[in-house]
Design a protein around this ligand. Structure first.
Ligand code: AHR
Length: 496
């Protein structure tokens, strides 16, 4: 099978906002406790953070981490996670029916974020709480005035503000499962008032309003229109969330799910632009895809309620999941003109690229690798490609090209990176690349993620799904030819 990708140096989609390589850590299962924080672990540092996990997180170059939830945030009292640890309350945590010890809160998390070399995207509780607590939290984190919450932060040992730039106005407020879920009108009003008060405390912050919990929500579209009508002038982004799963075990359908993700992004952009037109606004609303991933393997796990850090949502990812995650990352890169923030949900243990054993090993799941390559090399501008590839039909009627690809030009580093997934399950693909305007392009690296068995998984002992170097032709010039194995993820790097 043959395919072609044609790009031109002058045809740019947009500059990639590095926050599209973001992730998410929620007080859920073993993400925080036994994930990033385990004072009894042999690699634990002075603050109780696992250095082995920090090392893996740093390899991923995660630009920003959304915290503390997720569904968790909608019942959370942020004050519980501040100050003297010995006085912090143990709470019934109703989103995941667990016990929250509050050993970690924003006081500790901001320290972890520094050590992980990442920014925080902070979410406020608009489920059981509201504008008042949201503005107090902004004051606690970012305030510099001689006032109550700034004093509290200083008393707790933090003279300098945490300077958190990006804030989410609640989480999935359209979902029936959400603590304190709301109608679009109720949420829109509350989000607007919270935004006004939060920006009054710190006008430099950026805000994300909740969009739909997924494309298939019954209220999708209406929700965005109503919420944006309320908040358009007060927020900077609207969120999208989406998870996919190979529930019917049809791999070709499954690998095509990134086409639906693309439709979702285009649909939300169109809705934002409709509201912009209606309001005669000059402002373009951008998108925060702040939860995305594969999530289905752990759906039927039975875990008892009211445990501390139970093993919830521990999907063990296989090779085909990594292929879809790779396609989803390319979809985000190709929509970088509108998607400015994206969070792989989540980061450790809970539907995550990094897994740990309690007081034991940590390792990279299969989905670690496409994120690693996208985040480490996919910075710069995303180029508009003309793709010539045969397509197939999914059983639910979507047309999916066999080739998924994206091309990133990093002028500063003098590099072009091409990402490519061959979705063909039977045949190798001969790919011709036409890099117009890059006549000195020299192929320097071809990394491949391939496994014959699509269901192979990585464990603490064995890592059958790991990248390999492919021998390269060392071709120089605008035109290059490479071969992509059947069902493989590839990264091709060119120096200029
Ligand atoms: O990431 C797991 C959960 O998925 C989050 O808590 C919630 O926002 C979403 O439904």
């Amino acid at each position: 099978m043959k395919a072609e990708v044609i790009v031109n140096k002058s045809y740019v989609i947009g500059k990639i906002d590095n926050r599209i390589y973001g992730s998410f850590l929620e007080h859920l299962g073993r993400a925080i406790y036994h994930g990033i924080y385990e004072p009894t672990h042999k690699t634990a540092n002075e603050q109780g953070f696992r250095e082995d996990v920090l090392e893996l997180v740093k390899q991923l170059k995660v630009e920003a981490v959304r915290y503390p939830g997720g569904n968790f945030v909608s019942g959370y009292n942020w004050e519980d996670g501040t100050g003297d640890k010995s006085k912090r309350p143990r709470r019934m945590e109703h989103a995941w029916r667990s016990i929250e010890t509050n050993e970690v809160g924003i006081d500790e998390f901001q320290e972890w974020a520094k050590q992980a070399d990442t920014d925080i995207i902070m979410a406020v509780n608009l489920g059981t709480r509201g504008a008042d607590d949201a503005r107090n939290l902004v004051e606690y984190c970012n305030g510099t005035t001689d006032t109550y919450y700034v004093q509290k932060r200083k008393e707790n040992g933090f003279e300098k503000p945490f300077s958190i730039k990006t804030w989410c106005l609640g989480n999935e407020m359209d979902g029936e499962w959400q603590i304190g879920s709301k109608t679009a009108d109720e949420y829109g009003k509350l989000a607007k008032e919270s935004a006004k008060m939060m920006k009054s405390v710190d006008p430099s912050i950026e805000l994300v309003a909740c969009g739909s919990s997924e494309f298939n929500m019954k209220t999708f579209g209406e929700w965005e229109l109503t919420v944006l009508d309320h908040v358009y002038d007060y927020v900077d982004y609207i969120s999208l969330h989406q998870y996919y799963g190979n529930v019917s075990d049809k791999t070709s359908d499954y690998l095509g799910r990134s086409v639906l993700m693309n439709d979702f992004i285009k649909s939300v952009s169109a809705i934002c632009d409709a509201v912009k037109a209606k309001k005669h606004s000059k402002k373009t609303m951008n998108l925060s895809f702040d939860e995305w991933n594969v999530w289905f393997h752990s759906n039927n796990a039975k875990i008892d309620d009211w445990q501390i850090a139970p093993p919830l949502l521990e999907d063990v990812y296989n090779f085909e999941d990594a292929l879809l995650v790779g396609c989803m990352l390319m979809t985000l890169q190709k929509n970088c003109d509108r998607v400015k923030i994206a969070c792989l949900a989540q980061l450790v243990n809970v539907i995550a690229p990094i897994m740990t054993e309690n007081n034991g090993k940590s390792w990279a799941q299969t989905i670690f690798y496409p994120f690693f390559f996208a985040s480490n090399y996919g910075r710069g501008v995303s180029l508009q490609s003309i793709v010539k590839s045969d397509s197939y039909q999914t059983s639910d009627g979507y047309t999916v090209p066999y080739l998924e690809s994206s091309v990133i030009y990093n002028e500063e580093k003098g590099e072009i990176t091409v990402y490519a997934v061959n979705r063909n399950l039977e045949e190798e693909m001969s790919l011709e690349l036409f890099l117009q305007g890059f006549d000195s392009a020299k192929l320097v690296e071809h990394k491949e993620l391939y496994c014959d068995n699509l269901k192979s998984v990585n464990t603490s002992d064995e890592q059958p799904v790991a990248p390999k170097d492919v021998e390269i032709s060392k071709s120089v010039g605008e035109n290059h030819k490479v071969s992509l194995k059947k069902h493989s993820f590839n990264m091709l790097r060119f120096s200029l």
